[in-house]
Design a protein. Structure first.
Ligand SMILES: Nc1ncnc2c1ncn2[C@@H]1O[C@H](COP(=O)(O)OP(=O)(O)O)[C@@H](O)[C@H]1O
Ligand SMILES: Nc1ncnc2c1ncn2[C@@H]1O[C@H](COP(=O)(O)OP(=O)(O)O)[C@@H](O)[C@H]1O
Ligand SMILES: Nc1ncnc2c1ncn2[C@@H]1O[C@H](COP(=O)(O)OP(=O)(O)O)[C@@H](O)[C@H]1O
Lengths: 413, 110, 413, 110, 110, 413
């Protein structure tokens, strides 16, 4: 087989852009947690690829043999992308997923426990689940298996495989870890006793700038994430890129406006939630839909992200300061569900409902998502339970002092 | 007239309330410090068996005033800084022997 | 039409690189303003693309129809770049312009007012002005319209369309907002009264590191900005890239030296002004001139940037802590004016004066620049006046407390 | 001999001048704090109708010395910290009952 | 009972030791400040001919207690903060006239 | 000659990625030095390219004529990469080397002295040494010169030319500057007197986050550094990229583990040393070895980086807070020495020992490395000695106050 040079450049550059998103998620988390957990958050960003990539390169050919042939990822007749370039591109998505899960359950899981989860994720969970959809696995053929036509679960760049996955897994972990001291007290209507006050006051976004930097690097990398998921450089590339530019931006503008309306302030955390939420929702759709659809998605994602975050804040037992469940979970699920609705023939292999497509696809898509995500939830639940049992939940004392000191021996003045 | 320094250790987020209350009662001068406090029960946790004090973010407001108005200042601060929860802080009153305005060199008596 | 794959990669990657410059300008501003405006500066960086991109994708085909055909940007015979990839590339330049204007008028315009200006800029002002030069508009044909030959305004990567534009627009806004408290007092020879002292002392570059980070990301992105403005990958690409590498660097070395001479210190703010000033001045020239010219430009830009900043500091009524007018305005204008002087035949469509070119081109170029920039100045003036009238100028009190608190509700310890 | 604590609230950018002046007069010990000050008129602004105090960056220099030399210290600080503009700051003198050097445990009298 | 403020200027990295020692002796309240210190020989360097004081990071621990227990507090701090090297810091004892708990308004005597 | 478009894209993008590593090294240094030298460290990062690039573009055609022909870097029959694109790519490596040397000798060399060294480095030292290996110079033909066959020194992306070079040069400079006050006192068993305590306490990684950011940008750029050193897009590209992804990550995981074992904490500084050490060791090998080899390299580099740093810490007279000698020097030398051992036929021009290759190659490689590095050490020694004689060693006083104030007039609160 011959090397398809332009596709290889496309995926190599794409993988590099996605790569920077991995530690950027650590930056984002660092800006939204207590000051005493900043180094812990950034370290998780580094370890996400340090653990995932070596594991992934060793195992992905086993899981992804369905789409590899002869050392190449076949992109056409007689030409292809060398296997390890393709593996690098896909692997970067996996490490992003891992980093996102980490950000969804910050401040209370000890580092050793997190690394054990990371190993399970890297060797088994993600390779398996992602291969079901992207590696030629059974969910990509679900329609045929069920006798519902050629339809399979379609996920352009990871609405389900990355974002809904991470949002739900992070949610399960954060739930099993139990809320932080602050949340517990709010839950039990306890007052501002010294210790809880300490937690409370240290959430004042003392280093919000890192969250902004993380958001910048994430948006930048997302053009590789979505933009280069077309694999080949084609007319489709203009949609994967243009839609990404529009949906994230518009959603950020929407949440900015909503924060102004409801909070009388242009809340930067809301702006970031919107930008990222818009990017998440367009992810599964980016190369499959027309430009106008990204405006619809942008507005929807703005609403989902803003009200989703406000909604979650009420439930004190869910301690998700980064907004992982609303931003990644909700938007990822809704975006994935919209694929069989908005997909444009010519861009996607099948037509969406609004283009007169078959409702069977929607059924296949939703069923497939449910299967994949249930598996993620169930296995994450079991592993986390074991970790909590094994003592990797930080004690109240450790939580208070902060993981920077407890896990990393770093005490910044 | 003798001067005293009223030094209040308060919650960080009560600072603006306290200062505003002071100003509205005519006390327009104060010096403010960031500090950390240990106090009451709950301030010590044990990490791997050894006790480790937990320091809580605090703000210190220092108002110099004459002895007679010290009580007023104390009351203003107390009502503005109080939440009723453990950890509201303390007010310390320290006698002074002199206060001088650098700009003019004048000795202040209030 | 067929997709020109290498050009499409070139412009997609270029657009992504330019994209990161947008929020990087917010970082740069954040490092040079008062500590109480850091989050405001970074938020403007985020909103620059959040507002611009959705607006731009909706309107650019109307303004740029002159260079689009059949859903492609025609780069050659029968091949082309898909329209929305081209639109993304150009659009990123627009958002950079908007971010630069914002950085040129920091700390005194309330966020709501800034967003209103952003809308006007995104829907009307920039699409119109940029299309005159880059979209096949009348300034690109000015010579023919005036009967002065085939000459048009040539601006390789935005010396006029981006930098002179932003430098002048920012200047107008900053002028109409009036100087900050500190400047006002210096102006009226007022002393170090408590309030002015507060402003004064908080300008001590407490977080200069963000300006350095911003500069790094800007230089990085500038290789897409200039480097990939060749559209196709050709011999010209080595000039657009090489000249960018040289001119910015050399100008930074020059300003470093000048600061050592005049201030007895290697002033990092001067170094950054030089690096960026050199990049600005080479921008309109990058792909049109030979390598040696970038050395000339580097030296010139170093002088203009350093002495320009020192010169502006005397005029207290111009409150431009970021140095937008000298760095972007002066260098942008001078660089653009040098196009008909230094352009090398074979690289540029016409020969510059030093290669025996026609003085008519210089006339056309200067006239065209004057038309474009006058329009920018006039419309910016009107819109800003309305905003000031509508109460979007921060009051002295708000200015003192800082926009982070006033506009974003963020108070960092 | 009685000791006093001379506590000067000065402009942030006068710190080095003050310390250098102290050293050159033989006072080599001092402790320095970052603080924020509210004082005089102009320290309060109103944001959306409610008063909000504006805090100005300040540095506090604390010199412990015996009572007799306190005036000298005060004068040194005053001349180094003075600009003549509103906001130059204040010097407070606080009586002390003891000072101990941790290293040796000796009681200090100067 | 008279109260005093024991104010110890210690090495930054001795803070936890000092606080732990205090707590283990039953003194659970303290307020902590970051500061910088100039002291003893070696605190002044000359840059281009002009003297420039070198400020060393310090932590200040403030414990209010009654006069009789002040010596005990002083000893606890001294033994926890001592390294025997120049620069271990100082302890200052300042008389106070009152201490009030904001939460309850009660006057404290210990 | 015709422009090879895909190679030109590959090298342009590669150069841009390598470019961001230059200032990133300043960030890395900033996070590991005393707080009073942060701006100095970042400024060195900026000046590394500000000085190097203008010098390099002027001189490289003289040194590199061995691989240039007719304005192109010949990559094949009749096609090529335009000379200045190639020059930009290689030049970015040179500036990285310069920045690394600077980071290896922080906090004690005054800025003016550093700039003088930078000029010598940029005009003479690096162009010369690098051309010996990469520019068709005598080390690339050493085997033939010695009658030992076709073998030459092979250095895929700069194990010797960049990392061993920088590690050793930085070591020489740091040695000649003499240890900092803190180290001197530890050396003479002096106690915690006020001044030395000040130094000691300010090394508490107050701004460790910049080191993490620097590491992130370095890893990101390293995909251009190694990944795109294949020049053409080919099957080899999957090794240059895949091996880079694996070796750095695995080494980071190893050092994390080692720090947990030895220090009972997941030390972020150790993690960074591992990530970078792994990248360094794979650098000379990346495109020459099979995927499995990167696992071997990852483990080796983890061990070398961790124990190397611990080993160096004992020698107080070597003051290398950034770990430049162990991370760049040791790993760079070992990685380069492994080329004739692990090189896989088909990827590298000759077979490595384990593939039955000739031991002569190993001899040639080691001899060549010794020649190049001895020259670096000797010339660096002479120049530094002159600089120290000329008074560019900061005095104890200046060192204490910090170079931010002394050299840049910046005093952050
Ligand atoms: N003995 C003390 N000396 C100095 N500061 C104290 C002392 N006791 C308490 N404080 C300060 O007062 C703050 C509040 O005290 P705490 O005991 O927590 O609350 P409360 O007074 O409401 O019981 C502490 O965080 C500490 O800063
Ligand atoms: N009553 C006070 N108590 C404590 N600190 C004060 C008091 N009055 C002034 N200060 C401090 O002194 C500083 C300067 O005071 P200000 O009134 O502004 O200047 P001036 O003394 O020159 O009129 C203030 O910023 C504040 O820190
Ligand atoms: N006269 C003083 N007034 C206020 N603080 C002082 C005075 N002398 C020393 N200090 C504080 O004590 C610290 C230690 O003093 P130093 O003289 O260095 O050590 P030692 O007491 O061990 O000789 C200083 O850094 C400074 O903060």
């Amino acid at each position: 087989m011959q090397v398809d040079q332009t596709s290889t450049i496309w995926l190599a550059v794409g993988g590099i852009l996605v790569f920077i998103m991995i530690p950027a998620i650590g930056m984002l988390e660092a800006g939204l947690v207590r000051r005493v957990n900043v180094i812990n958050a950034m370290s998780k960003g580094l370890m996400a690829f340090a653990v995932f990539l070596p594991a992934w390169f060793a195992v992905f050919p086993l899981y992804y043999h369905g789409v590899l042939s002869d050392g190449f990822y076949p992109t056409g007749e007689g030409v292809g992308v060398p296997m390890y370039v393709y593996g690098f591109f896909i692997g970067a998505f996996g490490a992003v997923t891992l980093a996102l899960i980490g950000a969804g359950a910050p401040e209370r899981l000890k580092f050793g426990g997190w690394l054990i989860f990371s190993l399970f994720f890297s060797l088994v969970q993600w390779p398996l689940v992602s291969s079901w959809i992207w590696g030629g696995g059974f969910l990509s053929n679900l329609g045929r298996l069920l006798g519902l036509g050629d339809f399979g679960v379609l996920d352009f760049a990871g609405g389900t495989v990355v974002h809904a996955y991470a949002g739900l897994a992070g949610f399960i972990i954060t739930l099993l870890l139990g809320p932080s001291l602050r949340r517990t007290r709010l839950l039990t209507n306890g007052g501002l006793s010294p210790l809880i006050y300490k937690e409370h006051i240290e959430y004042k976004y003392a280093e919000l700038q890192y969250a902004i930097l993380g958001t910048i690097l994430l948006y930048f990398g997302w053009f590789g994430f979505n933009g280069m998921s077309t694999v080949t450089v084609s007319e489709q590339s203009q949609y994967s890129i243009g839609n990404t530019a529009i949906a994230g931006s518009l959603a950020g503008a929407i949440t900015a406006l909503l924060s102004r309306i409801h909070e009388k302030t242009w809340n930067p955390v809301a702006i970031m939630a919107g930008l990222l939420g818009g990017l998440v929702m367009i992810t599964p759709l980016a190369g499959f839909v027309d430009i106008w659809a990204s405006y619809v998605v942008g507005v929807l994602a703005g609403l989902v992200s803003y009200y989703g975050m406000k909604f979650m804040e009420r439930y004190y037992f869910i301690d998700d300061p980064v907004g992982s469940l609303p931003v990644h979970g909700f938007n990822g699920i809704l975006g994935s569900a919209l694929v069989p609705v908005l997909a444009k023939p010519g861009l996607a292999p099948f037509a969406g409902l609004i283009y007169g497509g078959s409702p069977a696809w929607l059924g296949v898509q939703l069923l497939g998502m449910a299967i994949a995500l249930s598996f993620v939830v169930a296995t994450t639940y079991v592993v986390t339970l074991l970790l909590v049992k094994a003592g990797f939940r930080a004690t109240t004392e450790e939580e208070l002092v902060g993981l920077d000191v407890v896990d990393h021996g770093v005490e910044r003045p | 007239m003798t001067l005293v320094m009223v030094r209040a250790v308060i919650r960080e987020d009560k600072l603006m309330d306290v200062l505003t209350a002071l100003v509205s009662h005519g006390f327009t001068g104060a010096t403010v410090y960031r500090a950390q406090g240990m106090g009451g029960e709950g301030g010590v946790v044990s990490i791997r068996g050894s006790a480790r004090p937990v320091l809580i973010p605090r703000t210190v407001v220092e108002v110099v005033t004459d002895e007679k108005r010290a009580e007023e200042v104390t009351k203003i601060i107390m009502s503005a800084a109080k939440t009723g929860e453990v950890g509201d802080g303390r007010i310390f009153v320290i006698p002074m022997s002199a206060a001088i305005r650098i700009r003019t060199g004048e000795f202040l008596s209030e």
